[in-house]
Design a protein around this ligand. Structure first.
Ligand code: SF4
Length: 102
């Protein structure tokens, strides 16, 4: 149940496989936040999704989001995409990989 969720800031959900979809306005938002151009942002921090209809944040070699720091913090937290803001409420919280699940 959603009400049972209390985030423990472990960063695990930022390491799961799968896309972190970003909408056009979020590209603007993240580019502004980082102080770089949209072109620079899209080429350095995004990949085209397999269906070629959208962009996702790049992953590091270990599979974590490109914006997850070594100390498990989101380095773009205030500008993070909607998908991240809505987690876990847009997700199946019964997913046992989330250690905050009660
Ligand atoms: S943008 Fe931030 S909150 Fe979203 S997956 Fe990446 S590190 Fe996690």
């Amino acid at each position: 149940m959603k009400e049972d969720f209390v985030c423990i800031n472990c960063g695990e959900c930022c390491k799961w496989e799968g896309y972190v979809h970003i909408a056009e306005e979020e590209i603007d938002q993240l580019s502004d936040y980082l102080g770089i151009s949209i072109d620079e942002f899209t080429s350095n921090y995004t990949v085209l999704t397999n269906n070629r209809q959208g962009l996702s944040l790049k992953e590091k070699k270990n599979g974590s989001c490109i914006f997850l720091s070594k100390d498990r913090l989101c380095t773009v937290y205030t500008a993070r995409p909607k998908q991240c803001r809505q987690f876990p409420y847009s997700w199946d919280i019964s997913d046992s990989r989330c250690p905050a699940k009660k």
